[in-house]
Design a binder for this molecule. Structure first.
Ligand SMILES: *[C@@H]1O[C@H](CO)[C@@H](O)[C@H](O)[C@H]1NC(C)=O
Ligand SMILES: *[C@@H]1O[C@H](CO)[C@@H](O)[C@H](O)[C@H]1NC(C)=O
Length: 381
């Protein structure tokens, strides 16, 4: 009796597992992401490019600060270099088939030299990728599951270089016919984008604010009557060339995935130093606990294997008394990692999208922040 009870309890736990982006391939370099199951318990705590998440569950509603980068999310201390025009692959560790729905990815430029002190709720986000209902009636979530739980997006080739947060998410619609039943799973990663472009996309949105609990793509029954179209939440993705995506009733929602062959040595990762706060106590947005100590994380020297995170920047600020003048040098190491990655991505997605504002304009199709009252939100599968 006891063992069967334990088994059923484990089964219930398994059923509650949702998904996390555990790795990212950015411009040819593979990164481990923040992992709420292990990172908080490691000493020293690994430094990451990804922002923290409390678990693999959905955020608490679309009108709270959590919709930006996840519940109580705090910044990763590192940033990944990425060339404008290159691709980023988001590797989810798992995704339940029942959690059907779209994916959306946004970029926002951060003030300052990197995104480690950015408040994601104040940034101006522009969408760079989305996909929802496939033309055959399956969802992009089905496609992602079939494709090694992977979504590949391309950084617009013409955007101005600088520090950017990238915000990637899946939206599970299995309970979306209930108020606040749609489940958003956003996650954020610090980038340093290089390139020769200068574009500053105009069609930007805020999080919270972009999505409403009553958006046609958020409050809907995906089972009955059978959907013939689906309105992906948020604006149209930015298309290189300066203009917003053409507004049309039938939109190929994402670039056709290409076969990408990542060659030898594509990553000699050059780590970008994280911002070093001038003095000891760093104020974090949203009432997050002040960061009174910083971990000096001297990276392990061994680099074999593909799962190693490139060496972390040593945070000198941690070792310097707070009273010392704020002339602090960042020391960071670059260790060559030779990686052989052969990525095969094959899937063609055609999504029929009915956009809410035919005719189109630069007016964000999302709604201003703070307009919606917060709903009660529950977990569930
Ligand atoms: C840093 O913050 C802690 C508590 O948050 C406080 O006790 C301490 O005095 C602060 N140190 C400085 C240098 O402000
Ligand atoms: C599948 O995803 C894992 C990460 O979850 C990644 O390490 C691996 O390279 C991926 N395989 C392919 C063929 O893309």
């Amino acid at each position: 009796m006891k063992s069967s009870f334990i088994l059923s309890a484990l089964g219930a736990t398994g059923a509650l597992a949702h998904g996390l982006v555990t790795q990212l391939l950015i411009d040819g370099t593979l990164y481990d992401n923040f992992d709420p199951n292990t990172d908080p318990y490691r000493n020293p705590r690994p430094q990451r490019i990804g922002w923290t998440l409390p678990n693999d569950g959905p955020v608490d509603g679309v009108t709270t600060a959590a919709i930006a980068c996840g519940t109580d999310s705090t910044a990763g201390s590192l940033s990944a270099p990425a060339t404008a025009g290159s691709s980023i692959e988001f590797f989810w560790n798992t995704w339940p088939e029942s959690h059907r729905g779209p994916t959306m990815t946004y970029l926002a430029k951060c003030p300052g030299t990197d995104c480690t002190t950015a408040d994601p709720t104040t940034l101006d986000w522009f969408k760079i990728d989305h996909a929802g209902l496939n033309s055959d009636g399956t969802w992009i979530s089905d496609t992602i599951i079939a494709n090694n739980n992977t979504r590949t997006v391309t950084i617009p080739s013409d955007i101005a270089p600088g520090p950017y947060l990238i915000r990637h998410e899946l939206l599970a619609l299995h309970s979306a016919s209930n108020a606040d039943g749609a489940q958003f799973y956003p996650m954020c990663v610090n980038l340093q984008i290089t390139g020769t472009g200068s574009a500053v996309p105009a069609n930007t949105v805020k999080f919270p604010g972009c999505y409403s609990p009553t958006d046609p793509g958020v409050l809907l029954n995906i089972y009955y009557p059978p959907l013939t179209s689906y309105t992906i939440p948020g604006p149209a993705p930015y298309v290189p060339g300066g203009a917003s995506a053409p507004i049309s009733s039938s939109d190929t929602a994402s670039p056709a995935p290409t076969k990408a062959s990542i060659g030898i040595g594509s990553g000699i990762p050059t780590l970008v130093p994280s911002a070093i706060p001038p003095y000891g106590n760093t104020t974090r947005p949203h009432g997050k606990p002040p960061q009174t100590t910083r971990v000096v994380d001297v990276p392990p020297k061994e680099v074999a294997g593909l799962d190693k995170v490139p060496p972390a920047a040593v945070d000198v600020a941690a070792a310097v008394p707070t009273a010392v003048a704020p002339v602090i040098n960042t020391i960071f190491e670059t260790v060559a990692i030779t990686q052989i990655l052969t990525m095969t991505v094959s899937a063609v997605e055609t999504v029929t999208v009915t956009l809410p504002h035919p005719g189109g304009s630069d007016v964000p199709e999302c709604t201003p922040a703070g307009r919606y009252k917060r709903g009660i939100y529950g977990y569930g599968i």
